[in-house]
Ligand binder design. Structure first.
Ligand SMILES: [Fe+2]
Ligand SMILES: [Fe+2]
Length: 137
């Protein structure tokens, strides 16, 4: 993130957080759709959707990390590693879907135990950090 877009005031920070919240909602809805397509066995549609999910995730992780970096979040390296692991696991899942080797259960497992878990626990720490900064800005 460039110095000019650093969230130096409360409004900029609020906008940054609102953007991340919107992305979380979009990703959650793509994830629900992916689970549905996996269960239904619609492989080409599932492949397209997981591709889209991967792009949205990368975009979201970049934005989230940029905001955390601008605010000197101490756990950034650890959080970024978790993001990278999710991207890598999704890439592997995507290859599995392409080869016909990944089953609906693999997609469900990725979404419920990895992706959702990150949003619920990893991002919860990030969210309380944002709230602390916001209330001291
Ligand atoms: Fe997030
Ligand atoms: Fe995150």
């Amino acid at each position: 993130m460039s110095a000019s877009s650093t969230p130096t005031d409360r409004d900029a920070l609020r906008r940054g957080i609102a953007n991340l919240d919107d992305q979380h909602a979009q990703i959650a809805s793509l994830a629900r759709e992916a689970e549905y397509l996996a269960r239904a066995g619609y492989t080409p549609a599932l492949h397209r959707l997981l591709n889209e999910l991967s792009l949205r995730l990368k975009e979201h992780f970049d934005d989230e990390e940029a905001l955390l970096e601008a605010l000197d979040y101490e756990q950034l390296a650890h959080h970024s590693e978790a993001h990278l692991a999710l991207i890598e696991n999704l890439a592997e899942l995507l290859m599995g879907v392409t080869r016909g080797a990944a089953a609906a259960l693999d997609v469900q497992r990725f979404i419920s135990s990895q992706l959702t878990a990150h949003f619920l626990s990893g991002d919860a720490a990030v969210d309380s950090f944002f709230q602390r900064v916001l209330h001291h800005t």
